[in-house]
Design a protein around this ligand. Structure first.
Ligand code: PGA
Length: 262
């Protein structure tokens, strides 16, 4: 079996304030030292708190992430943040195509083309892109899970070289499982993860497919993390709600680290 270091991300979404962002990051730092050799930890705070969280985690192995990036390097794009600005703040990871941006009923929904541009902008800047994919409940019930996730993957990777693709982490997040308390069974999630890995092998090569981490996301908690992470193609998780509580988040990180130690 290929030895991939699992990766667990804490996606804080539009939560925390300055003080709680600082203390949450601090709590993760304290408990993470013995875990980071076995599991990569990335915190994705809201944009205004990135610098603060960066200060708290400086000198540790915890990585700093952003929840979004604009696809252009600079210019008249009110409210947007470029990849270079993120790099300036020592950000190393960025979420691309999160379902709350793909399917934004009250905002501007991001389509495959924009996601492809963002992915390329992130990779060109040297960031690790966490590319999020997943079907809606309607699509799952219509039996389209495979078709949708593969087409999202193919569209996002259009024009991305194998060298650049080596900087990508995939996050399979069924939309119906995000923030709902429902999650895919470990076996169902594993089947999609294996499919995504096979597709990477077909598009690029077997080595890249074997080396790429594929996280699962959607209502992961301390109580269900181990059964998900013990699947052979699930390499950690992208955690929303449960990442706002350091104890719960660290239980999840520990579950991921144990899959390596085991
Ligand atoms: P959740 O969110 O853990 O709250 O379901 C996961 C995500 O959106 O990345």
């Amino acid at each position: 079996m290929f030895n991939r270091t699992p990766i667990v991300g804490g996606n804080w979404k539009m939560n925390t304030d300055l003080a709680s962002a600082r203390s949450l990051a601090g709590e993760v730092v304290v408990a993470s030292r013995e875990l980071t050799p076995h599991c990569e930890i990335v915190l994705f705070p809201p944009f205004p708190y990135i610098a603060t969280v960066g200060d708290v985690i400086r000198g540790t192995d915890i990585r700093l992430g952003a929840q979004d990036v604009h696809h252009k390097p600079n210019g008249a794009y009110t409210g947007s943040v470029s990849a270079a600005m993120l790099v300036n703040l020592d950000v190393t990871h960025v979420l691309i195509g999160h379902s709350e941006r793909r399917h934004a009923p009250e905002g501007v929904a991001e389509g495959d083309r924009l996601i492809n541009l963002k992915l390329k902008a992130a990779l060109e800047a040297g960031l690790t892109a966490v590319l999020c994919l997943g079907e809606t409940l309607e699509q799952r019930e219509a039996g389209k899970t495979e078709e949708i996730t593969l087409s999202q993957l193919d569209a996002a990777l259009e024009g991305v070289s194998a060298d650049a693709a080596a900087q990508i982490v995939l996050a399979y997040e069924p939309v119906w499982a995000i923030g709902t308390g429902r999650n895919a069974t470990p076996e169902d999630a594993q089947a999609v993860h294996r499919l995504l890995r096979q597709r990477l092998g077909m598009r690029y090569n077997e080595e890249l497919a074997r080396a790429t981490r594929i996280q699962y996301g959607g209502s992961v908690k301390g109580s269900n993390a181990s059964s998900l992470f013990s699947q052979p193609d699930i390499d950690g998780g992208l955690i929303g709600g449960a990442s706002l509580n350091s104890e719960e988040f660290l239980t999840i990180v520990r579950a991921a680290a144990e899959t390596v130690a085991a």
